[in-house]
Design a binder for this molecule. Sequence first.
Ligand SMILES: Cc1cc2nc3c(=O)[nH]c(=O)nc-3n(C[C@H](O)[C@H](O)[C@H](O)COP(=O)(O)O)c2cc1C
Length: 163
Amino acid sequence: MGVTPEEFRACMGLRVSGVAVVTARAGDEVRGMTVSDFTSVSLDPPLLLVSADRDSKTLETITRSGGFALSILASDQEDLSNRFASSKWEGRRFEGLACEEALSGAPLLPGAHAHIDCRLEAQHEAGDHVLCVGGVEMMRVHEVEPLAYYSGGYRTLAPLNED
Ligand SMILES: Cc1cc2nc3c(=O)[nH]c(=O)nc-3n(C[C@H](O)[C@H](O)[C@H](O)COP(=O)(O)O)c2cc1C
């Protein structure tokens, strides 16, 4: 029995994930998009991957740039997640944001839970997505609460009651 894309998306949405904005700069072109499909791949050397839709504009910029950065979002950054996922914000996604520039040239979003800068190590086509493997060059963690995503909605984390 086959599985439709909608069924697959709904089932995989039951995996609680963090939310990040992946950014890249190639010359004057700066782009970024919201992603929840990112994960670590190797500890030594430190490698991670981001799964980007083949049609996403940010993928083009990552490929041209040879590097990218992740800003893992904090619990109060739902608005930024929506902004970097929306085509209505296209061309204005960085408006009003005091971003730092990483070594790769990619912008780092202010107020994020963590920043990770990568050189683009490899790209692998996988169906309608491209897996971008990044070699981690720099990371920085800020002590704030993370933004979580579950079943199509944003969540915050609450500890279990342990008596
Ligand atoms: C919570 C959330 C998670 C997302 N995760 C991904 C992802 O992992 N990979 C992806 O390609 N798109 C993901 N998207 C969709 C992109 O953010 C969206 O298609 C965006 O407009 C692409 O921008 P671009 O074409 O300007 O690069 C996600 C959207 C949301 C709201």
